[in-house]
Design a protein around this ligand. Structure first.
Ligand SMILES: NC(=O)c1ccc[n+]([C@@H]2O[C@H](COP(=O)([O-])OP(=O)(O)OC[C@H]3O[C@@H](n4cnc5c(N)ncnc54)[C@H](O)[C@@H]3O)[C@@H](O)[C@H]2O)c1
Length: 524
């Protein structure tokens, strides 16, 4: 994200004034979109609404914004309704930091007075009209990098908060009123209590961890939350995929119900993907759904499981067969927590990073190739950059296809064969990420044979995985047992699997292929 900020919010939220204060702080000019429109059109916003109507005004607004973007303006105070158009809003989210300034209705009313000069407030009851506009635009205003309260605050302190948000560079998963942010930087875990306070009105936090992440991460989180006067309900599950089951969920349910949590309470997951998936499943079911915060402490859970809203537990019939889609309220990825993670676990997470990079494009693959050594060493800066890249990709894909009806399925690159290898090994001896690395090698072989991918692409993938210390010797796993597990893949439809066939970096296709065809194409 560039250092460019867009200030949004309803009339009276202070966009223009905060833009001027930020302009002083940054020493860069601020553009007021409404003023620029008036200048271009030679008429006031009110006149434009009156003479041309709202649709024509929005078209003019879009055109003017395009030219402001082309100019490279760093600080832009938007109009109150600019973000109501989804395409434009999503573009602003990509092109800079989009911030919504908020205020209570009574504050807004004091600031806008009789509403004169504000065409949408024209008429009798200004309060009722403004309340209606706020309700109508709530989902659009929620899709932003940060919402900042402006009640009883001076503009300079608000500008400083805007400046902080820009430097923290949160990644937004825009989902209307379910929008959430993923913050990725070393030390972000220290903001957890503040994030809980912002996202929930409650005083109780069900803190879910497992025996692997409890010491020191969950314990320190408990201290932080208690220091902020939250009542913590600690739940420590037994670590390991074999405990990703209904008994662990009951442990969370029982603790939460015994503590008499209410709808405003929040479940906070501190741990890897197993803890995250189960804490999220529990959060989605306790009192029909309470808030959820994620502090992933494995690389895999940072780059994959904590974002996107898939929750679940395993059954004897297969992994993740029972679950829900349930988005968190916030995600904090603090790469410092990886300092206690065994190297083999970090490497396993890197397989998902490689997958994301390939799906993302050339620049991301080149980034990993350049920093492979730093990544295996756990360098904080390189790891943060890799996590950001992966989360950005996942956020983009999940926004487009929350329930995996289409493009989200490409995130399964390497997983069809990988899952079968894991299942054939009874989930022992190989980590999920290692199996995914092997699965990607198989997928590239298949792709090359279908004429989609190239020999260079396959060799590049194998070299990158090797550089990161991941296994690539897939042939020794491709026995009858593995292939039989592939045939029973839960995503199989009518004897065919939608296989993710990688092309050049940034390109992957979903091709329905019969399982026996896949078996033939992945073997030497
Ligand atoms: N929901 C999704 O979209 C999604 C996506 C991918 C994977 N997953 C799930 O994620 C799970 C795998 O996650 P994982 O790889 O994080 O495994 P994991 O949660 O089992 O963690 C691996 C081990 O590391 C320990 N650990 C966690 N953090 C630690 C730390 N900072 N220091 C030391 N030890 C630590 C854990 O206790 C555990 O023993 C699978 O169950 C998989 O199904 C879910």
């Amino acid at each position: 994200m560039s250092e460019r900020v867009f200030l949004s919010g309803p009339m009276g939220s202070g966009k223009s004034q905060v833009a001027l204060a930020l302009s002083e702080l940054w020493g860069a000019p601020a553009v007021d979109l409404d003023a620029r429109i008036e200048q271009r059109a030679g008429a006031s916003v009110s006149q434009l609404f009156e003479q041309r109507g709202e649709a024509a005004f929005r078209a003019l607004e879009r055109e003017t914004l395009e030219s402001v973007l082309a100019e490279g303006a760093k600080i832009v105070a938007l109009g109150g309704g600019t973000v109501t158009e989804t395409g434009l809003r999503r573009r602003l989210l990509q092109e800079g930091t989009l911030i919504t300034l908020r205020a209570r209705l009574d504050t807004l009313l004091t600031r806008v007075g009789s509403g004169s000069g504000r065409p949408l407030l024209a008429g009798q009851d200004v309060g009722a009209r403004l309340a209606h506009i706020l309700a109508e635009r709530a989902a659009a205003y929620a899709e932003c990098h940060a919402e900042i309260d402006t009640d009883a605050r001076d503009v300079d302190s608000i500008a400083q908060e805007v400046d902080r948000v820009v430097s923290d560079a949160p990644i937004v998963v825009p989902m209307g009123e379910r929008t959430y942010r993923v913050e990725v930087y070393p030390g972000v875990r220290h903001s957890a209590a503040a994030r809980v306070r912002r996202s929930s009105k409650g005083t109780q936090v069900v803190l879910v961890t497992d025996t692997g992440a409890d010491d020191p991460w969950a314990r320190r989180m408990r201290e932080q939350l208690e220091a902020a006067e939250f009542q913590v309900v600690p739940v420590c599950l037994s670590a390991g995929e074999e405990h990703k089951n209904i008994a662990s969920i009951e442990q969370i349910w029982n603790a939460a119900l015994a503590a008499r949590v209410d709808r405003d309470s929040l479940v906070m997951a501190v741990g890897g993907g197993v803890v995250g998936d189960m804490a999220a499943f529990a959060a989605s079911t306790i009192l029909r759904g309470i808030g959820l915060g994620q502090l992933p402490t494995t690389l895999l859970s940072m780059v994959d499981s904590s974002v996107g809203g898939k929750t679940g537990i395993d059954r004897a019939e297969g992994k993740n067969l029972i679950g829900t889609f349930y988005q968190p309220s916030f995600v904090l990825c603090d790469v410092e927590t990886l300092s206690t993670l065994p190297l083999a676990e970090r490497r396993a997470g890197l397989a998902e990073v490689v997958k994301s990079a390939w799906l993302d494009g050339e620049a991301s693959v080149a980034l990993l190739e350049r920093y492979a050594e730093e990544l295996t060493r756990g360098d904080l800066e390189a790891t943060s950059a890799a996590v950001r890249m992966s989360v950005q990709l996942k956020a983009r894909v999940v926004t487009e296809d929350e329930r995996e009806q289409g493009v989200r399925a490409t995130l399964n690159l390497g997983h069809t064969v990988g899952h079968a290898i894991e299942a054939a090994a009874s989930y022992a001896g190989l980590r999920h990420g290692e199996a995914v690395a092997l699965g990607m090698v198989a997928a590239f072989r298949l792709s090359q044979r279908l004429g989609v991918g190239s020999a260079e692409g396959s060799a590049r993938m194998v070299a990158l995985l090797r550089k990161l210390g991941l296994p690539v010797d897939v042939d020794k796993y491709l026995d009858e047992r593995t292939l039989a597990f592939m045939s029973s893949d839960k995503k199989r439809k009518g004897g065919k699997i939608r296989f993710v066939v990688p092309g050049a970096p940034g390109a992957a296709q979903l091709l329905p292929l019969p399982t026996d065809e896949i078996a033939r194409l992945v073997r030497v």
